[in-house]
Design a protein around this ligand. Structure first.
Ligand SMILES: Nc1ncnc2c1ncn2[C@@H]1O[C@H](COP(=O)(O)OP(=O)(O)OP(=O)(O)O)[C@@H](O)[C@H]1O
Ligand SMILES: CC(=O)C(=O)O
Length: 790
C-alpha cells in the first residue's frame, strides 16, 4: 500500500483504486459540498494482502488467481468454503506499517469512533452493478490500532461470504475484477440522520434521531417528508415510530439520556451505543425546520450536478459547540457522476442533457435529416441549419456567441447549448455519449447508460432531458410544471409577455399565463418558409407573391393563437454573421455585428421591408387587430421617420389599435427618446443584449470577451432605469425583451420598482418570471403600507 487516498484529492484516474462510493463522494466534496472527510485504503491493498496470505490450503494459495467458479448450487459446500476463506483472512495479520499509517491519519480527526465503509468497483463490467447495496456492510470501530486491523479484515473478508460468492457467480464476476477499497471516516455524535430520495416527481426525505444505521437496519420507522422538487415546498409530513437511536459511545458528549441495556452493539466491540428514546422525544420530529431547509437547499443545488434522480444520505453531526449537516452517501443512476468536463465553452442555453453526439465537421454540408434526440456538434450554425434544431436535444458549436441565432433559438426551444467550444468537432466523435451542461458551458463524456424513469416511459429517443435542471427546464417540462390554471396564480400588474419565433411552439406556449407576445423574432420565424433563400432572392426571382402569402400565413398563426392578446412583431434584423448561407446569391457583407442591420438596411433597400409590411397588413385585413410592429436597431430619428411613412403607406395605421414601437438598444436612444416620441413612437422595448454590447463596447459574439459582457453592469442598469423613467415622462409604455431578466431574475425587483410596464421572456422562464414579478409587486405594496403605518 503506497498511500492513502483522501476524498478531497482523489483524481479521475483513481476511480478503480478507490471504488465507486468513495469516488462519488470525492466528486461531490471537490465541488464544495459538505461531505464527512475521509481517506481510502485502496483496492490494491487487498490484492497485496491476499497475495501475502501464507496458507497451506491450495484454495487460499490460489486465491489471487482464482476465478472463484465454485459450485454455488451446493449451498452447504459453498458455506464451508466461504467459512474457511473468511477464517483464513481474519486470522492473518495486516502489515503493521499499514495499520500505523491508517491510525496516524485517523488520529488527526480526534475522534473515538471510525467507520470503515466498503467501496467497490468492478473492472471491465459490461453491465452496471445493481443491488450491491447491502451485500457488503460497513464496520464501526474504535480509533485504536488493533481495532483498525480487525475492521479492515472484517470488510475484506465480506467478499468471501457465501452470499457474496453466490452474487459474483450469478453476475459472472471474477475475483480479479473485484476492486474493493475501504473508505475510512470519523463518526461523530449525530442529532439526526436520514436520506433524501429525489426523482422527477418529487423528493422524499426520511429522518430519525441519532446515526443513520437505525434506518439502514430497519429498526425505526423514520419521519417522512414529501417535498415538491421545483419549489422546495413541504407538501406533507408524517411522524414516524422511532423508539431507539444509535450514537457514538462518547462519555463527555451525550445527546440521548437512556442507554439501552441489551444493545445490539456492545461498546467493547465497537464504538456505538443504542439508546431508548424518552416518550416525549419519540413524539417529536427528528429534524428541526432549519435543518430540513438546509437539506432541501442542498438537494436543490445537487439537481444541477446529478439531474433529477438521486439519493442522498445525510447526517447532522453534533460536537460540543456546534452541529453541521454532512452528506455521507450520494448515489445517482448516472453510472458516473460527471467529473471533469473535457471541453468548456460559453453557456448559451440552460439545462443539462445526456445524449449521443452527431458531429458534422463542415458546416456547409448540412445533412438532409438529423436523427431525433442527438446533441449536434458543429463548427457553427448558419440560418439554414436552424429548422433542423427542432429535432436535437442539445447544441455544441465551436464558433458563435451568446446571442447568435443558434443560442437564441436553443433558449426558445428549451434545449441546452454550449457555444464557442474550441475544437469540439475534433475532440468529439459521432455516437459518443455526452452530458451537455448548458448552465455551466461544460461538456462531459459519459460511460454507460443514464436513464430517467420518465424517459423510459415515453420511449425515450429524445435524449435524456430528465437530467435538465429546474433552473432551466425544457419546454416540455415547462408545460408540464406550469400552473395548470392561471386562476391559481396571484394577480400581477406588470405585464408578462413571451419571446417567440417558432410556430411549432405556439400550441404549448399559448396556454402559459402571459399577456401576449412581446417579441416575435421575424428573422428566425421566416427561416422555416424561405427554402434557404434570402427574401431578396425570392423578390429578384419573381416569386414575391408566393413569399408574401407564406409570410402572412406564418404571422397569422401567432396573431390567431394569441388574440386578443397583443403580438409585437419585430421586423427583420439580420446581422451579417448570421447571414452568409442565405446570402450566397447576394453581395457578401462584412462579418460585423455593427454592419448593415436594423432599420438602416431598410433605407438601403426597402423592398423586403415593404413586403413585410404587406404581410402584416394582410393579417390585419383578415381581422386580427392585435398585431403591432417593433422596429429593430434604430440608429437615427430619420430612420424611424422613414419607417413610419412606409407603415402609413402600407395602411397599417388605419387600424386604430395598431401601435408602432421601436427597440431601445442603440444607446443614442438615451438622449433621443423625446425626439422619437415626437416622431410617433408609441412604445419602446429595451433590448439588453445590444444595449450592453454597445454601452460597454463588448462584441457579444466574441467568446474571449464574455467575462466583460455584463448585463448587470451599473452603467447598463442605470441606462435601463433612465429609459423607463423617460418613457414614463413621455407617457409611453416601456417593455424589456433582452436576456437580462431571463439570466438574472434578481433584477426583476428593480425593473418593477422603476415602473417597467411589461417584461418579455423565453417560454422556459415564464413561470419563474411570473413569480418574481409577483414577489416584487408584493414587496412594493408592503413597503408602501409600512410607510403609511409610520
Ligand atoms: N462518517 C459517517 N458518519 C456518520 N454516519 C455515517 C458515516 N458514514 C456512513 N454513515 C451512515 O451509516 C449508515 C451505514 O452506512 P454504509 O456506508 O454502511 O451504507 P450506506 O451508506 O447505507 O450505503 P450502501 O448503499 O452501500 O449500503 C448510513 O446511514 C450512513 O449514512
Ligand atoms: C432582444 C434583443 O434584440 C436585444 O436584447 O438586443
Amino acid at each position: 500500500m503506497e498511500k492513502l487516498y483522501w476524498l478531497d484529492q482523489i483524481k479521475l484516474q483513481d476511480r478503480a483504486k478507490v471504488g465507486d462510493k468513495a469516488f462519488h463522494l470525492s466528486r461531490i466534496i471537490q465541488r464544495g459540498y459538505p461531505v464527512v472527510p475521509g481517506f481510502v485504503v485502496s483496492a490494491e491493498a487487498l490484492r497485496q494482502f491476499l497475495e501475502n496470505l501464507n496458507s497451506s490450503e491450495s484454495l487460499i494459495a490460489d486465491l489471487p488467481y482464482s476465478s472463484l467458479h465454485l459450485d454455488v448450487s451446493n449451498w452447504r459446500q459453498l458455506q464451508q468454503v466461504a467459512g474457511r476463506l473468511r477464517e483464513e483472512i481474519l486470522s492473518a495479520s495486516v502489515s503493521q506499517e499499514w495499520v500505523n499509517k491508517i491510525f496516524t491519519a485517523a488520529r488527526e480527526w480526534q475522534t473515538s469512533c471510525l467507520i470503515f465503509r466498503p467501496s467497490l468497483s468492478i473492472a471491465d463490467s459490461i453491465q452496471p452493478m445493481e443491488n450491491v447495496s447491502g451485500l457488503l456492510e460497513s464496520v464501526f470501530c474504535h480509533c485504536q490500532q488493533d481495532a483498525i486491523a480487525t475492521a479492515l479484515k472484517g470488510i475484506w473478508s465480506q467478499i468471501f461470504r457465501a452470499r457474496s460468492l453466490l452474487y459474483w457467480r450469478h453476475t459472472g464476476i471474477n475475483l480479479q475484477q473485484i476492486n474493493l477499497a475501504v473508505l475510512v471516516q470519523p463518526v461523530e455524535n449525530a442529532i439526526a440522520s436520514g436520506l433524501l430520495k429525489a426523482n422527477s416527481s418529487g423528493w422524499e426525505i426520511e429522518a430519525t434521531w441519532g446515526l443513520g444505521i437505525a434506518i439502514a437496519q430497519g429498526e425505526v420507522l423514520p419521519d417522512v417528508y414529501y417535498i415538491q422538487n421545483e419549489t422546495g415546498i413541504i407538501l406533507e409530513q408524517q411522524l414516524g415510530n422511532k423508539m431507539l437511536a444509535y450514537d457514538v459511545n462518547h462519555p463527555s458528549h451525550k445527546i440521548f439520556s437512556q442507554p439501552l441495556a441489551d444493545s445490539a452493539f456492545t461498546p467493547e466491540e465497537n464504538c456505538l451505543v443504542t439508546y431508548v428514546l424518552q416518550e416525549a422525544q419519540q413524539k417529536q420530529y427528528a429534524l428541526q425546520p432549519e435543518y430540513l431547509q438546509q437539506i432541501i437547499g442542498l438537494a436543490t443545488q445537487l439537481v444541477a450536478e446529478l439531474g433529477k434522480t438521486f439519493t442522498l444520505k445525510w447526517t447532522i453531526a453534533s460536537q460540543a459547540t456546534y452541529s453541521k449537516l454532512y452528506l455521507t452517501q450520494v448515489t445517482s443512476p448516472q453510472s458516473i457522476i460527471p467529473h471533469v468536463y473535457f471541453i468548456r465553452g460559453l453557456a448559451a442555453a440552460g439545462g443539462r442533457t445526456v445524449a449521443n453526439a452527431l458531429v458534422t465537421i463542415n458546416s456547409q454540408q448540412k445533412p438532409e435529416q438529423i436523427p431525433k434526440g442527438v446533441i449536434l456538434v458543429v463548427p457553427k450554425i448558419t440560418p439554414d441549419w436552424l429548422p433542423l434544431l427542432q429535432h436535437v436535444v442539445g447544441i455544441i458549436t465551436e464558433q458563435g456567441g451568446l446571442t447568435s441565432h443558434a443560442a437564441i433559438l436553443a433558449r426558445e426551444l428549451g434545449i441546452a447549448a454550449v457555444v464557442n467550444a474550441t475544437s469540439a468537432t475534433s475532440l468529439i466523435q459521432t455516437g459518443e455519449r455526452l452530458l451537455l451542461d448548458g448552465d455551466r458551458g461544460e461538456i462531459y463524456r459519459i460511460e454507460g447508460e443514464v436513464r430517467d424513469e420518465r424517459d423510459r416511459e415515453d420511449g425515450g429517443d429524445k435524449g435524456e432531458r430528465g437530467v435538465n435542471t429546474p433552473s432551466s427546464p425544457t419546454l416540455r417540462e415547462t408545460k408540464a410544471t406550469s400552473p395548470s390554471s392561471p386562476f391559481a396564480l396571484p394577480m400581477i400588474a406588470t405585464k408578462l409577455l413571451v419571446n417567440l419565433s417558432q410556430s411549432s411552439l405556439i400550441e404549448q406556449v399559448k396556454s402559459l399565463p402571459t399577456d401576449g407576445v412581446g417579441l416575435l423574432r421575424s428573422e428566425l420565424m421566416i427561416l422555416n418558409i424561405l427554402d434557404g433563400q434570402h427574401p431578396q432572392s425570392w423578390i429578384l426571382g419573381g416569386r414575391q407573391a408566393q413569399l408574401l402569402e407564406r409570410w402572412s400565413e406564418e404571422i397569422m398563426e401567432f396573431a390567431r393563437a394569441f388574440a386578443p392578446r397583443p403580438v409585437f412583431y419585430r421586423s427583420l434584423d439580420w446581422r451579417s454573421p448570421d447571414l452568409p448561407s442565405l446570402s450566397n446569391s447576394l453581395q457578401s457583407s462584412e462579418q460585423s455585428m455593427l454592419g448593415e442591420r436594423g432599420t438602416f438596411s431598410y433605407l438601403q433597400n426597402s423592398s423586403v421591408f415593404e413586403l413585410e409590411l404587406k404581410a402584416l397588413a394582410s393579417v390585419q385585413q383578415s381581422g386580427y387587430n392585435n398585431i403591432h410592429l417593433l422596429l429593430p436597431f434604430v440608429r437615427t430619428v430619420e430612420e424611424f421617420v422613414f419607417c413610419r411613412r412606409k407603415v402609413e403607406e402600407a395602411l397599417l395605421t388605419q387600424v386604430t389599435e395598431f401601435e408602432l414601437w421601436m427597440m431601445a438598444e442603440v444607446p443614442s436612444v438615451l438622449f433621443l427618446l423625446p425626439e422619437y416620441v415626437k416622431a410617433g413612437v408609441a412604445g419602446i422595448s429595451i433590448g439588453t443584449n445590444d444595449l450592453t454590447q454597445l454601452l460597454l463596447g463588448v462584441d457579444r459574439e466574441q467568446g474571449q470577451l464574455a467575462k466583460v459582457f455584463n448585463e448587470r453592469h451599473p452603467a447598463v442598469m442605470s441606462a435601463i432605469a433612465q429609459l423607463i423613467d423617460m418613457a414614463k415622462t413621455a407617457g409611453i409604455p416601456c417593455s424589456i425583451c433582452g436576456q437580462a431578466p431571463v439570466l438574472y431574475p434578481e433584477i426583476i425587483d428593480r425593473l418593477v420598482e422603476w415602473g417597467i410596464t411589461s417584461i418579455s421572456v423565453e417560454p422556459e422562464a415564464i413561470e419563474r418570471t411570473y413569480q418574481a414579478i409577483g414577489r416584487a409587486e408584493q414587496r412594493l405594496i408592503l413597503a408602501a403600507a409600512r410607510r403609511k403605518l409610520k
